[in-house]
Design a protein around this ligand. Sequence first.
Ligand SMILES: [Zn+2]
Length: 102
Amino acid sequence: MICHKCQKEAGPRDNYCRFCGAGLGNNKVAPWYNNILLIILLSVFFPVTAIPLIWRNTEFSPKTKKISIAACIIYMILLISIIAYIFFFHIGKHYLRIYGEL
Ligand SMILES: [Zn+2]
């Protein structure tokens, strides 16, 4: 069986193309991790969990994958920095109130 998407020869009993992941034969439904809305939601709230989905996605080109994974990592670092900043800012305020000026 020839894959309709990447034109490579897939095994006769394969449900998904082993080269590009496209559904074959009666199984042309895209895999769940191709859901773009899910990827966007995960990227916004839990960027770490979106990375494997982007990596496995069969509709993104390798370039798109690299850019979106890089964006996820940068966003994640930014998010952690903001949380850490707010956290230590509050701890610092409480510290000063309890122990006074150093
Ligand atoms: Zn294919």
